[in-house]
Design a protein around this ligand. Structure first.
Ligand code: PLP
Length: 417
């Protein structure tokens, strides 16, 4: 694909007008929306209004008059259709790590001490496994890690309390079959907890259709809620009234403004709220969801997924053809692919330095240490174009074949990679 081909595809793209809703800098090819989504143009003004009008003028009245107090539930309702959940089932609160802590404790408590093992994957995002380590310590259990996805079924035995998986792997971009694994886990007597950090708003998710038990995920990746945007949590309604989440803050109380001395959990998902919502951060996510409303008008998830797959496929083909020695670590099978492409470079080529050299040329992806070291390129169909794919491939091919990465300004490492 050359730039002319790409421009033809962009002209025919039903989602092309959505790029105009983002404040992307001129000359930048942003391929890191899987890590930090782009900023919607409406966000600065909307947050400014929340500060200068709702806060500065409305003061404490805004908890009611501006609807601040309802943000966790209202944003949850807006997200629900993108997750295959119903309004009232999703809560926006805290971070992904914290929500995982809540649901893992709740899930182990549902097993009533009969089963105490959490099964996950060694390649899961570290925070997920770190949180699971803390939870099993508290319950006297164990975290058992599969080395490959193929090892998972054998670990679903009579000791397994919870299967905790990230739907789309942060390193490889490989996507699990959520329906199948949920069924296997539940047939073995375990509960299924899904991390949707790299799935929400980018791949089809059907939590109710899969009858999953719990789900959590990020607001700042493909959802574009802004750096550190609040995360979300979902629980299947069949668990309502059965579970107890451990962070028993006052806003998860059934009657917070009674100021009772005894904790009484609120019904349903509301129990998962702990303390006061971060209103400004919530406002960022609220504004970002307006872009999703616009996407819904232009074909919704079906269109997003089709474009996402076309973008990643075109990028993979470009890398295959143009970047010598690059190895693709993302499934080529569309059904098993999220919306990123991860690749490694041959021995002797410093992947970190290659990414720094790309960033210097205005092509932004990211680098993940580990074995192998990976360069990740995320594709966000809300704002990425086929021209972005061509620009990304061109720059990568040039940096690698010219050896331009091998310069001191690219090889020394920053704190956030
Ligand atoms: C990005 C990501 C997180 C981030 O968790 P925070 O609590 O927001 O820092 C957690 N899990 C997975 C799988 C992720 O990809």
């Amino acid at each position: 694909m050359n730039l002319d081909d790409a421009k033809r595809l962009d002209a025919a793209d039903p989602l092309r007008s959505l790029r105009e809703l983002f404040a992307l800098p001129e000359g930048i090819t942003y391929l890191d929306g899987n890590s930090l989504g782009a900023c919607p143009k409406a966000t600065p003004e909307r947050i400014q209004r929340a500060v200068t009008q709702e806060w500065a003028q409305g003061l404490i009245k805004s908890w009611n008059s501006a609807g601040w107090i309802d943000l966790p539930r209202r944003l949850g309702d807006r997200l629900a259709p993108w997750l295959g959940a119903r309004p009232g089932e999703v809560l926006v609160a805290d971070s992904t790590s914290i929500n995982l802590y809540k649901v893992l404790h709740a899930a182990l408590q549902l097993q009533q001490g009969q089963r105490r093992v959490i099964v996950s994957e060694r390649s899961n995002f570290p925070t997920d496994n770190y949180i699971a380590q803390s939870v099993v310590r508290a319950h006297g259990g164990e975290l058992v890690l599969a080395e490959t996805p193929e090892d998972i079924p054998a670990l679903l035995d009579e000791r397994c309390a919870v299967l905790m998986l990230t739907h789309v792997n942060y390193r490889s971009g490989r996507m699990h079959d959520m329906g199948l694994l949920t069924r296997w886990a539940q047939q073995a007597g375990a509960l299924a907890v899904w991390d949707l950090a790299h799935s929400a708003g980018i791949v089809p998710v059907d939590l109710l259709g899969c009858a999953a038990d719990f789900a959590i995920g990020c607001g700042y990746k493909y959802l574009n809620g802004g750096p550190g945007a609040p995360a979300f949590v979902w629980m299947h309604p069949r668990h309502e009234g059965q579970v107890f989440q451990p962070l028993t803050g006052w806003l998860g109380h059934a009657h917070p403004f009674d100021f009772d001395s005894e904790y009484l959990p609120a019904p349903g998902i509301q129990q998962y709220q702990c303390g006061t919502p971060p209103v400004l951060a919530m406002t960022g996510l609220d504004t970002a969801l307006d872009v999703y409303d616009a996407a819904q008008q232009r074909g919704g998830m079906r269109a997003l997924r089709a474009k996402s797959l076309a973008l990643t496929e075109a990028f993979i083909a470009g890398v295959d053809a143009r970047v010598p020695g690059a190895e693709i670590h993302t499934p080529r099978d569309a059904a098993a692919r999220g919306s990123q492409v991860s690749l490694s470079l041959p021995e002797g080529v410093d992947g970190y330095a290659v990414m720094q050299a790309l960033i210097a040329r205005g092509v932004i992806g990211d680098f993940r240490a580990g074995v192998p070291e990976l360069l990740r390129f995320g594709f966000a169909p809300l704002y990425n174009s086929f021209a972005d794919v061509v620009q990304g491939v061109d720059a990568l091919a040039d940096v690698v074949t010219s050896g331009a990465w091998n310069a001191p300004e690219f090889t020394s490492r920053a704190k956030v990679t």
